[in-house]
Design a protein around this ligand. Structure first.
Ligand code: AVJ
Ligand code: FE
Length: 417
């Protein structure tokens, strides 16, 4: 049993982290110029204004009851409660006028924060509830970043940008991972915070396999594209997706064609396509590449095997980093597989499903369960915009296969013949 003093200390630390997370999302939301507040940069997601309300409504809906607070604005609590992709596959069709005005949203935010600040020292089970609030907010910090990434530069206030363009010589290589057991998930007794979908710990036998040492780069993907391999026919027979395409050429959402040349669309500027950066693509695009290369995507268990060694990447928050680094400059696992954490999520071929022993959080039953539908795939490892606390091996992200906007790439596994 933890002593009372230790619990109080944890609570203080967690409250401090919640304040930092608020500063982080406030700073991010500030990037968008006021005239773009009601824009919807990604058709599948809500308008930007929603997220201003959502981050506060989420904390309020989670913490107000346990803190003994009653709501004075239940309508706004509900309006801003859920911000995930529409589950039925259709796109949202709301109009800007359906949303409250900026002053109303700001008022809601300030009142919710003030009331929570005064009561948060008495929240029960702070370790669980405050970690949920912190990580939920920081997840949105990343999803907001990739959402703003798709906006025209003129609608954003510039921020400092630091980037690594050259990583030195490298040649594509692969690594043989011997047969062994993958360890997925967390033990409930470990005391480590994890989301509902990270439990229970389980072991899976994984036959030997050969995996790419580095993630697939923009340069490699460019070859695939110019050699006409960009063909997703047959991979997703029912799909009718709006691929990004210019001059009839499908391309990653992070690329733009300028007078016949591909350029990279970063957060605040364009630059010549950095050939050594990992390519950021959808699961469908990644699968099409893998098929063209005569390979396949790794399973979630294979990713865990490849990643053995560092359980968690210790990265300092570097908030002026808006781009990935070259594929060859990141840390390696015990087996010598490079860049498994914090340089782009990695698509796996595993569809998002509960680990054995899964139990939904009673206070947030739909967080994972709403997406155990066979329409979402697991991503691992985290991107350059993922908060340090979520760069843990057990963290599981998920998106639909056609979703092109995430800071997500892939590596391939050799198909045995
Ligand atoms: C885990 C990143 C897929 O943003 O759709 C945020 C996280 N869930 N609010 C998402 C989430 C509810 C979720 N992902
Ligand atoms: Fe959310």
């Amino acid at each position: 049993m933890a002593t009372q003093e230790a619990v109080a200390h944890d609570r203080t630390t967690l409250i401090g982290r919640l304040h930092e997370a608020r500063e982080e999302t406030d700073a991010l939301l500030d990037i968008v110029l006021p005239e773009a507040l009601y824009d919807r940069p990604i058709p599948e997601r809500h308008r930007i204004v929603f997220y201003h309300g959502h981050l506060e409504a989420f904390d309020w809906n989670l913490l107000s009851g346990p803190c003994g607070l009653a709501s004075s604005e239940p309508e706004l609590d509900r309006l801003f409660a859920f911000g995930i992709d529409p589950i039925d596959g259709r796109l949202p069709s709301d109009a800007p006028g359906d949303w409250p005005r900026p002053e109303q949203v700001a008022g809601y935010r300030n009142r919710a924060r003030r009331a929570l600040n005064e009561a948060i020292h008495r929240v029960p089970n702070p370790e669980l509830l405050l970690n949920v609030a912190i990580e939920h907010r920081l997840m949105h910090a990343e999803t907001l970043a990739y959402m703003f990434h798709q906006m025209p530069f003129e609608k954003k206030a510039r921020r400092a940008v630091r980037r690594v363009l050259n990583g030195g010589e490298w040649t594509p290589a692969s690594v043989e991972i011997p047969e062994g057991q993958a360890v997925l998930g967390l033990r409930r007794e470990s005391g480590v915070f994890g989301w509902c979908n990270e439990f229970e710990e389980c072991r899976a036998p994984v036959p030997a396999f050969r995996v790419d040492k580095y993630k697939v780069s923009n340069g490699q993907f460019l070859r695939f594209l110019t050699e006409g391999g960009y063909d997703d026919r047959g991979l997703w027979p029912d799909a009718d997706w709006a691929w990004k395409s210019e001059h009839g050429i499908k391309h990653p959402a992070f690329w733009l064609n300028r007078g016949g040349r591909w350029v990279y669309r970063s957060m605040f500027d364009e630059l010549p396509l950095p050939l050594d950066w990992p390519v950021y693509v959808s699961h469908a695009e990644a699968s099409a590449y893998a098929r063209w290369a005569g390979k396949r995507l790794p399973t979630e268990a294979e990713w865990h095997r490849a990643a053995e060694g560092p359980a968690q990447q210790h990265a300092d928050p570097q908030r002026d980093i808006w781009d990935p680094s070259p594929v060859q400059v990141c840390g390696s696992s015990e087996f010598g597989v490079e860049g498994l954490f914090a340089n782009g999520w990695e698509w796996t071929s595993t569809s998002f499903a509960p680990l054995p022993g899964f139990r939904a959080f009673p206070f947030y039953p739909g967080y994972s369960s709403d997406f155990f539908d066979g329409q979402h795939f697991v991503l691992k490892g985290g991107s350059e915009r993922t908060a340090a606390c979520m760069l843990r091996g057990s963290f599981r992200n998920w998106f639909q296969p056609h979703y092109q906007y995430v800071y997500a790439g892939f590596r391939c596994v050799r198909v045995e013949d």
